[in-house]
Design a protein around this ligand. Structure first.
Ligand SMILES: Nc1ncnc2c1ncn2[C@@H]1O[C@H](COP(=O)(O)OP(=O)(O)OP(=O)(O)O)[C@@H](O)[C@H]1O
Length: 579
């Protein structure tokens, strides 16, 4: 036995009001849409005239109107629409397609009256109630066209007030090709805002609240899309996707539509109109199909083109753009090759030779050498600069990753992480005579620092103002951690670590005393071994702090004792007191 689904209208209205549409305000859009479609179907110039009043809201059009048979078929059947072809596809010229729009009026009214007449047919009055009943009777005589009357539901009066209706009709319908009046006030503006000769900066200010840094025209013929992208004049978080104002066939879809631009174009807000993109049933978002994907790609190309043009024709403006959006651009450079190239060519990064782009840095230094951490950079920047060794500060967010990624996408790019040994290799050894002379001093200094696991060497390097450097290779830093773990580990794990330590031989950290420094030279020449020892310990402490190395308890104790020792030497003794 075959039966037909029964529909509970109350249930459907509830579903639409609470779950499909974001707000009851959409009823104005649905009424406008029906009138515009009826005018399009009539094929003559038309007018949609809305009148507000305390008792009812009336929307009149001089469109095709409906015969009595059509009223029964179209208005009384949920999901039935005159705007689909025989195969059920939406007909291109119409805004509507789903056959549910009129129901949205039940969001604000308990009673909907449709007074309609098709040319050559009798006028009809259809009245629908939110409890699911409707009746059809002969209507008073009228011109061909349709008038929809809504009697506000208690509590919804504000949604049908003159002010709200004018605002909503203007919001949704201002670009419609058919004239729309609310209480005789024309809410349609005529042409598209991005037509030649319009002040687009003022337009951006009015719709988005900012004056754009630049305006990029958009044109995607396969989507019947035209519009503009406004470049934001202030930084934004690329993850917080701002929406775009999208019109479909000149009816506003929504003010904050997502998915129109690729992620990397976070810096632009668009206003577009498309004849081919499709809405979802709620008409509040774009349907995510292959046409939307192609459109996104085409818009992306146009924004890329804008960036490339700027680079060649207006580098000053590109610089301005990058100074505003550099964080977002850098974040995207980590997974977008175009953005990576943009950063390489145009974004100046901090190096020990000042702010330069990666492209300039490569040209000057060949290798993209970077310090992985901020501290590592601070420690070695000036010393490396004095040795003509360029170093990029990789301690700034994204920089190290950007440099590394450049090497993975371009085999020509050589990247090296800076090792303190790279710097030390450029220090000069002292001459043989001096070395011989320094031997006893070095042996004594080494004895003082042995228990701290540090090796003392003397070299000559610039700048001469730096007396000593504490250099830890990555292997030595690892060994340091390793030893600490060994000390804290239990027997079983400790045994494993012991076994491992036997196969890893590492350099010890080095305290490099600078023989070009006058104070260091005086210290090495001291005849008093105790004072020389205190001085070496102090230089060790000072080098640790200069390089922002961790201060272990043993280092802190040594710092205190050497400082006190030096103070003791410096402050004159009182008579009769023991040292
Ligand atoms: N002002 C009008 N003039 C003439 N016909 C109308 C008018 N309003 C509604 N109709 C008829 O009623 C039908 C149902 O309208 P409804 O708004 O529910 O759906 P739709 O416009 O077809 O599609 P959508 O749900 O996408 O808006 C329409 O297809 C149209 O034939």
């Amino acid at each position: 036995m075959s039966n037909t689904f029964q529909v509970d209208l109350r249930g459907i209205v509830d579903l639409l009001s609470h779950h499909l549409y974001a707000s009851p305000r959409v009823y104005v859009r649905e009424l406008l849409q029906n009138s515009v479609d009826a005018i399009t179907a009539a094929g003559t110039p038309g007018l949609v005239s809305i009148t507000t009043g305390a008792d009812a809201l009336r929307v009149s059009d001089n469109g095709v109107g409906l015969t009595e048979a059509q009223v029964h078929e179209l208005l009384a059947t949920i999901g039935r629409s005159s705007k689909r072809d025989e195969l059920g596809f939406a007909r291109h010229e119409f805004l509507g397609q789903f056959g549910i729009g009129l129901l949205s009026c039940f969001l604000v009214a308990d009673e909907i009256r449709v007074h309609t007449r098709r040319a050559g047919a009798e006028p009809v009055l259809w009245t629908g109630y939110s409890d699911g009943r409707y009746d059809v009777r002969a209507g008073a005589d009228r011109e061909p066209g349709t008038t929809v009357t809504l009697v506000p539901r208690r509590g919804s009066e504000h949604l049908l007030s003159a002010e709200t209706v004018r605002e909503l009709a203007g919001l949704y319908g201002s670009l419609l090709p058919v004239r729309v009046e609310v209480d005789s006030f024309d809410v349609t503006t005529g042409g598209l805002p991005w037509a030649a000769g319009n002040d687009l900066h003022a337009y951006a200010q009015s719709v988005f609240g900012f004056r754009p840094l630049d305006v990029v025209p958009l044109d995607v013929p396969e989507a019947g899309l035209t519009g503009v992208a406004f470049v934001l004049p202030t930084p934004v978080n690329p993850a917080a996707r701002g929406g775009h104002r999208v019109y479909l066939k000149r009816m506003l879809l929504a003010e904050s539509v997502e998915g129109l631009l690729p992620e990397w174009a976070f810096f632009a807000r668009c206003v577009v109109d498309s004849t081919e993109l499709r809405p979802t049933a709620s008409r509040e978002a774009l349907y995510d199909d292959s046409l939307l994907a192609d459109t996104r790609e085409a818009i992306a190309d146009q924004l890329r083109g804008w960036l490339v043009r700027l680079a060649t024709t207006d580098p000053r403006r590109l610089g301005e753009f990058l100074s505003i959006h550099h964080l977002g651009v850098k974040a995207l450079a980590l997974h977008d090759d175009e953005m990576l190239r943009l950063v390489e060519q145009w974004v100046p990064l901090e190096t020990n030779m000042g702010f330069v782009t990666l492209a300039e840095f490569r040209e000057r230094h060949g290798v993209l050498r970077y310090a992985a951490g901020h501290d590592e950079f601070r420690q070695l920047a000036s010393i490396a600069a004095a040795q003509e060794l360029g170093v990029i500060n990789g301690g700034i967010v994204y920089h190290a990753d950007i440099v590394e990624r450049l090497a993975t996408v371009d085999p020509e790019v050589r990247v090296e992480r800076l090792e303190p040994s790279d710097v030390a290799a450029r220090f000069s050894a002292v001459d043989t005579d001096t070395e011989l002379r320094l031997r006893p001093f070095l042996a004594a200094a080494q004895r003082r620092l042995d228990r701290l696991g540090c090796e003392v060497v003397v070299r000559g390097f610039d700048p001469a103002g730096v007396p000593a450097l504490y250099l830890v290779s990555r292997a030595a830093a690892f060994n340091e951690q390793f030893t600490q773990s060994r000390d804290a580990a239990d027997d079983l794990w400790g045994g494993v670590l012991d076994a491992l330590s036997r196969v890893t031989t590492v350099d010890r950290p080095q305290l490099v005393l600078n023989h070009r420094n006058a104070l260091v030279r005086r210290i090495t020449a001291l005849g008093d071994p105790e004072l020389a020892g205190l001085a070496v310990e102090s230089l060790y402490g000072q080098a640790l702090m200069l390089g922002q190395h961790p201060i272990r308890p043993a280092d802190a104790a040594l710092l205190t004792s050497s400082f006190m020792g030096l103070l003791d030497r410096a402050v004159p003794q009182e008579k009769g007191e023991d040292r």
